[in-house]
Ligand binder design. Structure first.
Ligand code: GLY
Length: 349
């Protein structure tokens, strides 16, 4: 099978059955697998030929301690520069394992089998690997491209509906920033249709990866255009920091709706387009009310470690399928968000 996408001529992205693809991709390699207990249980037979390093589940495992545990197991298993690291799992497994692989012995080759929708459309593609530090998201990491990413839509059948929906937030994000046609197709679909129709789902996965691959092609290290992939993420990261009630995708949906409101306020987005964005997110079943007071979120945004001298890079939609990155002092951003927060309280969102 040919790859669906090439990222920076270093990384091949395949959309297809992992069991068909892996033998060819791993031929003649000594492989060590990094995964979690859920994947180990579901795909035990697929993992049988390999040494397996298990890590915990959940965002709380995305730490340097977990990376150190992986290093220790690698040492025990005699992993060396010629060993290939295969991470199988969702975004947390691929982020952590990618970081461990890209730093152990100054870097081993690695590849991913991405088993969640969020991982397939965003986290596993593009070469960002990393861990959180003291709850601050992705504070330590590398830009290192995996040799390959396998996105197997059939593996999504076992995903709980909440996890599936969370992945759709990143699909909507991709559509809002760069693919108006995808947005239109999503408007004609429902969560149930996307879950049950493998062609529809594969199309959404493929279109989302295309958006990301195109952007990463032009700006791997987030000097400029890659920031667009952070639509809604400044607020989403603050939500995740303040509350454990929402997972990443759910927080991105809230952040996207809030930023659409801000974009209307700044005059970059027409209110009819904001309504389409909010309407699509609602139709997919997202709760768009922030789980904590907006003032508390903004306090967290103020502590954003990625702001440069107090300047945030805020991604504003300027239409469906188009966006711009605007440098904005933290105070100005906070004032805009507060000015748009009233409808939330009044239950209008
Ligand atoms: N998830 C955003 C990025 O990969 O740049």
């Amino acid at each position: 099978m040919k790859p669906a996408f090439q990222v920076r001529r270093q990384s091949e992205v395949y959309i297809g059955a992992a069991t068909d693809l892996l033998p060819g991709l791993l031929a003649e390699k000594r492989v060590v697998v990094v995964t979690d207990a859920t994947i180990d249980r579901l795909y035990h037979r697929m993992l049988a030929p390999y040494d397996v390093v298990l890590i915990g589940t959940g965002e709380s495992c995305k730490t340097l301690q977990t990376v150190e545990t992986i290093y220790r197991r690698f040492i025990e298993l005699g992993v060396n520069r010629k060993t290939f690291v295969l991470a199988i799992g969702g975004g947390i497994v691929t982020d952590v394992a990618g970081y461990a692989a890209s730093t152990y012995m100054r870097g081993l080759d690695f590849g991913f089998v991405s088993t969640t929708l969020l991982g397939q459309v965003d986290a596993s593609v593009g070469g960002k690997n990393g861990v959180n530090v003291d709850g601050y998201k992705n504070m330590a990491g590398t830009f290192t491209q995996p040799r390959f990413v396998v996105c197997d839509p059939s593996m999504l059948a076992t995903l709980p509906v909440r996890e599936f929906r969370a992945g759709l937030a990143e699909v909507v994000k991709a559509a809002v920033i760069a693919d108006a046609d995808l947005f239109g197709r999503l408007e004609k679909s429902t969560l149930e249709m996307l879950r049950s129709d493998v062609d529809l789902l594969s199309d959404a996965i493929s279109a989302s990866i295309r958006v990301k691959a195109d952007i990463v092609e032009r700006d791997e290290r987030e000097a400029d255009e890659r920031r667009k992939l952070n639509l809604g993420h400044t607020l989403a990261h603050a939500i995740e920091k303040c509350s454990s009630r929402m997972n990443h995708g759910e927080a991105v949906a809230v952040g996207t709706a809030m930023i659409a409101e801000v974009a209307v306020k700044t005059g970059t987005l027409r209110s009819a387009e904001r309504d389409r964005i909010v309407g699509l997110l609602r139709k997919l079943g997202f709760d768009l009310v922030p789980p904590v007071e907006v003032k508390r979120l903004l306090k967290e945004v103020g502590k954003d470690k990625k702001s440069e001298d107090g300047i945030l890079r805020i991604v504003l939609p300027v239409g469906i399928g188009d966006c711009e990155v605007r440098p904005m002092p933290v105070g100005e951003f906070a004032a805009l968000v507060l000015a748009t927060a009233e409808p939330v309280k009044e239950g209008k969102r």
